[in-house]
Design a protein. Structure first.
Lengths: 258, 420
């Protein structure tokens, strides 16, 4: 059975590879090829590069937050980027939230607190569309998980602007983007060189900002990742030892039979 | 060993009134098991463990989840972000679902290969098929709960299938939905049923095990264990073997949970459900893909220009038929020889069938266009031909290889089983 299993699996893989070549052109037309980059958060020991995360937060804050919300995060989550309590209070205090009712039964505006969720730029989708030519800037909290090839796609999208290759004209309000499915996106290129001035002095090239904000958003989508991988390592080591012991027990027990 | 070995007076006192200890001894310790079971036989008990894990993690998730269209998506994200080890619970439950299907598919193909469905195990097999159907219903409804884009649109596509039923179809669909579209009542009833069904599965698994312990396990040789030399007590031999199997299984399972938790998922389900925006490709979870391919395989069936059966209805009939046909397998395959090891022709077609299922899965993952339509039709035709035509023909014409005299003769007579 083992022999025939290998044979069949090989045949299947071969067949599928061959067939997918036939089918590939159709698929390629819709989904642009996305290049894979290496990220600090890849792999078994992956962790978020703190400096990149902080720079990425700066990019989000100064550029993207004008249009995109991050509603699943609270300000105090930023502690994970290495910010202290006072920094976080200051970040939050830049925003206002509605609270209440107070003792008179009135709603009132107050400065956001670390326990508040990130304040979204628009009150509702209608307002967001009205301000963006009818297009809706999606919330970015889960963006990296909500697209195939998440981080690589986001980077490719942010660096994918340019002129349409065949010099074709695009409809008003749409911009050519090599990574976006269909290549016509309603978001104008959000990043230009020196769109932000990094507090740590890193030159703010488009590549640098795209990669930083991607790292930040990858964290926003999976804030548990570092803890998960750290715990995973312990669990896997434990299971390896346990399984080895169980294998030994099994051999010992069964040796009585032969 | 029997219960009389338990000399502790309390044990004895209880046992004389409620013979749980005798029962456990009988069914889990002394229980005679063929001595030649290979690791493909470990997957039944692995499935049992997974079922327990699903129920435990599910109940704990339920303590934090909110079944309401306005809160469901965010309550899941709250579990992921704010509940202590909530991400672990959710990833265990999500990946556990996929593992459950992998394990069950192996368990089921094991049965197909070694002829475990044949007399006297027809009811054991039938109970297995019922478990499989219940699992599919449970998984389908569970996938709706996070209320992401695929939750919503997958549910829309699948529930709409019932509208293909002539005359009463549309009424059935609004009855399922609890309204005129998939909405809050749908989510709430799916939640209630998703909570209920695993306990039904538990009950059917119990019956499955009762039936198993009546007929005893089949084995790679497919011949019945006759004397004591063919069998060994379940404990310690198969407990030891199964526990090693658990270890390997958990390594794979935890590998996904900790290092690729979204491997089996669809990115679209991290976008909140939006009834106004249809995703470009609606695909069900991977374990439904072969059935999804069968669903979409058939065209309208016309007679003299009149549509006799719509493509939708035909698809629905075939999709359900593809599972229901498993109930009849014990009678379609009337060859007296169980194990494919002694059935050279059957063995070849078994593997072709296996590949056919993979191909159907691949077709199901792709849009029903051009080449995939053709492949889907060929695959579907073969799927049914395998059960209805090929298996009975093989049973009739094939000349099986000679069977060994007994399990012990084959195992101890110097010739070891090749599959272990
Ligand atoms: C919740 C899901 C299930 C659980 C927990 C479960 C559990 C088990 C266990 C513990 C065994 C004995 C060990 C073994 O032979 O592997 C077994 C045997 C068996 N199961 Fe299942 N099972 C499940 C689903 C199914 C399904 C879906 C089928 C097929 C449609 C099936 C068919 C069988 C058969 C035919 C046997 C006897 C096999 C033999 O002795 O050769 N089971 N099951």
């Amino acid at each position: 059975m083992r022999g025939s299993l290998t044979l069949v699996l090989t045949l299947t893989c071969g067949l599928m590879a061959g067939l997918s070549l036939l089918a590939a052109p159709a698929a390629a037309a819709e989904m642009p090829e996305i290049e894979s980059r290496s990220w600090s958060f890849d792999g078994i020991f992956g962790h978020f590069d703190r400096a990149a995360q902080q720079r990425g937060y700066q990019v989000y804050n100064e550029v993207c937050s004008g249009c995109h919300g991050l509603r699943l995060l609270t300000y105090r989550n930023l502690a994970a980027l290495g910010y202290g309590e006072d920094d976080i209070k200051a970040f939050a205090a830049e925003y206002e939230v509605t609270d209440g009712p107070d003792d008179e039964g009135e709603m009132y505006q107050r400065e956001a607190l670390p326990s508040d969720h990130f304040v979204s730029p628009f009150a509702n989708t209608q307002a967001a569309r009205a301000a963006n030519n009818g297009a809706l800037p999606p919330d970015l909290s889960l963006m990296v998980k909500a697209r195939k090839n998440g981080a690589n796609y986001l980077y490719a999208l942010l660096t994918g602007y340019g002129d349409a290759p065949d010099g074709g004209e695009l409809p008003d309000g749409l911009y050519y983007n090599a990574a976006f499915p269909g290549h016509q996106i309603a978001m104008s290129a959000p990043l230009d060189d020196d769109a932000v001035e990094y507090t740590d002095g890193t030159p703010a090239t488009v590549d640098q900002m795209a990669s930083d904000v991607t790292t930040f958003l990858a964290w926003a989508a999976s804030p548990e990742m570092e803890e998960r991988k750290r715990l995973g390592l312990k669990v896997m080591l434990f299971l390896l030892v346990l399984t080895a012991l169980l294998a030994a027990v099994k051999r010992k027990v069964w040796s009585r039979l032969h | 060993m029997s219960s009389s070995d338990n000399t502790h007076p309390l044990v004895k006192w209880i046992d004389e009134r409620l013979p749980v200890f005798t029962f456990l001894n009988h069914e889990l310790r002394d229980y005679p098991t063929p001595r030649n079971l290979n690791y493909w036989w470990s997957f039944g008990s692995i499935a049992g463990i997974v079922l327990v894990i699903m129920i435990l993690t599910g109940v704990m998730l339920a303590m934090q989840y909110t079944a309401h269209v306005d809160y469901a998506f965010d309550s899941v994200e709250r579990i992921m972000r704010d509940v202590n080890y909530g991400w672990l619970l959710r990833y265990l439950h999500v990946n556990g679902g996929s593992m459950f299907f992998i394990v069950i598919y192996i368990h089921l193909f094991r049965g197909l290969y070694f002829g475990s469905y044949k007399s006297p195990r027809e009811i054991l097999w039938g109970l297995g098929v019922i478990i499989f159907l219940l699992m599919m219903a449970t998984a389908f409804m569970g996938y709706v709960l996070p209320w992401g884009q695929m939750s919503f649109w997958g549910a829309t596509v699948i529930t709409n299938l019932f509208s293909a039923i002539p005359l009463v179809g549309d009424s059935i669909v609004s009855w399922l939905w609890g309204g005129y579209s998939i909405d809050n009542p749908t989510l709430q009833r799916f939640y209630a049923l998703h909570y209920l069904f695993p306990f039904l599965i538990f009950a059917v698994v119990f019956l499955h095990l009762v039936a198993l312990h009546v007929s005893k396990s089949n084995n790679p040789l497919g011949i019945e264990a006759e004397g004591p030399q063919d069998s060994i007590p379940f404990h310690p031999y198969y407990t030891a073997k199964d526990f090693f199997g658990f270890g390997v299984f958990f390594l794979v399972f935890m590998g996904f949970v900790f290092y690729a938790p979204d491997f089996f998922g669809e990115p679209d389900n991290y976008i909140p459900a939006n009834p106004l925006a249809t995703p470009p490709h609606i695909v069900p979870e991977w374990y439904f893909l072969p059935f999804y391919a069968i669903l979409r395989a058939v065209p309208d069936i016309e007679v003299f220009g009149y549509i006799l059966i719509t493509a939708k209805l035909a698809g629905v009939i075939l999709m359900f038929g593809s599972i229901l046909i498993l109930f009849f397998l014990p009678w379609l395959d009337f060859s007296k020889v169980r194990s494919a090891r002694f059935r050279p022709i059957f063995k070849q077609f078994f593997w072709i069938f296996f590949v056919d299922c993979l191909v159907l899965g691949w077709v199901g993952a792709n849009p029903p266009e051009g080449f995939f339509v053709v492949l889907g039709r060929i695959g579907t035709a073969f799927y049914f031909a395998y059960f209805i035509i090929i298996i009975p023909l093989i049973a009739y014409f094939e000349k099986p290889r000679p069977l060994p005299e007994s399990i012990s003769a084959a195992v101890l007579g110097g010739k070891k089983g090749e599959d272990s």
